[in-house]
Design a protein around this ligand. Structure first.
Ligand code: ASP
Ligand code: MG
Length: 405
């Protein structure tokens, strides 16, 4: 008998029919002899609707009240799923994040889990119930209700799976798994039966939309096997597991794309110690996450520094640069939000030379100019014009032999 955490995303509980289908699946899993803990997201686009409502009543969004508001979405789902389970003959009880013992820090709207006290869930399991937990939420050390950031139900599911030592955490969504590229961009994209935690981290960080990055980090840290699968077809999906040292890894497993970032260039800065430190300290102080950074070779003691930030941070980041411009002796600050990033990811890259060359050749053969490059041991990313992204993804997918037959 296994303990399985099953998380259902917004589309999976989007209406009454979907909720009944979810309940039937949980009932089947339970009837097969497993213990099940269910974690749910808010129905459909309900969280977005609530945010819109908040904007309609107030020009500001006080974080404490916003969290209180948004957690209502998952509460609706948990109660309905629990009722639907009852109708299938499965005894269950719903729990808010707070009732489930999810303790977070006090950073409203993006709180981090600091402790889980799953006693109530254990008791529920021991008495034969299926606990249905509201995802995306917890209670802070100051006893206020918090949320874990958009998409945070994945984190709830993985954290509970770790705390309860579940055998697997199943993430049900509207796609059949993790693909070798976005199937909307590449018709010949394939579902990956298995990827390593490291690969999945890179995929999630570079535009793969299936799983929230933090949930993958959490799963890796606690060795929680993840299984991403569809709640529409119920077929087996993609397993995200520890790397298997006995297997030969694919050189490249996936090609991802991301057009959510913009580029800022700080021009004409003196090439001496302390300048970059001052600039990036100013950005860090404002909580701005910087992604890729490129510094040009200096000519006559002057250089340019370019970096990318999320488009939503572009305004704040440009302001921060303008503020330190004089102090660091820069001549200009320019921004460009018409860029995109294409990445190739594969654990086998570590031991196979020529991957970078093939990527660059493929881009150049198709007339695509590379503006910035960054790498990790299992990823190569190139920044290019946004309108070239789809083309680049398709050509790289073919060049690295990923096209489905
Ligand atoms: N309902 C929340 C959101 O839309 C959390 C989640 O879906 O995981 O971001
Ligand atoms: Mg969601």
């Amino acid at each position: 008998m296994a303990l399985i955490v099953q998380k259902f995303g917004g589309t999976s509980v989007g209406d009454a029919d979907r909720i009944r289908a979810v309940a039937e699946h949980v009932a089947r899993t339970k009837a097969a002899g497993n213990d099940v803990v269910v974690v749910v997201s808010a129905m459909g686009k309900f969280t977005d609707d609530l945010i819109r409502l908040a904007d309609d009543v107030s020009p500001t969004r006080p974080p404490r009240e916003l969290d209180m508001l948004l957690t209502a979405g998952e509460r609706i789902s948990m109660a309905l799923v629990s009722m639907a389970l009852g109708a299938c003959g499965v005894d269950s009880a719903s729990f808010t994040g707070s009732q489930a013992g999810i303790i977070t820090d006090t950073d409203h709207t993006r709180a981090k889990i600091i402790e889980i006290r799953p006693d109530r869930l254990r008791e529920a399991l021991d008495s034969g119930l299926v606990p249905v937990v509201a995802g995306f939420q917890g209670v802070s050390t100051k006893r206020d209700i918090t949320t874990l950031g958009r998409g945070g139900s994945d984190v709830t599911a993985v954290a509970l799976a770790a705390a309860l030592k579940a055998d697997v955490c199943e993430i049900y969504t509207d796609v059949t798994g993790v693909f070798s590229a976005d199937p909307r961009v590449v018709l010949k994209a394939r579902r990956l039966p298995k990827v390593s935690f490291d690969e999945m981290m890179e995929i999630a960080a570079t535009g793969g939309r299936v799983l929230m990055l933090r949930s993958v980090e959490f799963a890796r840290r606690h060795s929680v096997p993840l299984h991403v699968r569809s709640s529409f077809t119920w077929e087996p999906g993609t397993w995200i597991v520890e790397e298997d040292p006995t297997m030969e890894e694919a050189v490249v497993s996936a090609v991802t794309d991301d057009t959510s970032e913009a580029k800022i260039t700080v021009g004409g800065v003196p090439d001496r110690p302390g300048i970059a430190a001052r600039l990036f300290r100013e950005l860090a102080n404002r909580g701005i996450n910087v992604d890729m950074i490129v510094q040009n070779t200096s000519a006559k003691g002057m250089t340019d520094i370019s970096f990318t930030v999320g488009k939503t941070d572009l305004e704040a980041a440009t302001k921060a640069c303008e503020l330190v411009k004089e102090e660091i002796g820069a001549t200009e600050v320019t921004s460009d939000d018409n860029i995109g990033r294409v990445s190739i990811i594969g654990a086998g890259m570590k031991s196979n030379p020529g991957v970078t060359a093939l990527m660059f050749e493929t881009l150049s053969n198709n007339g695509i100019n590379i503006e910035m490059i960054s790498t990790s041991s299992i990823r190569i990313s190139c920044v290019m014009r946004a309108e070239k992204v789809a083309d680049a993804v398709r050509h790289l997918h073919t060049a690295f032999g990923l096209d489905a037959a």
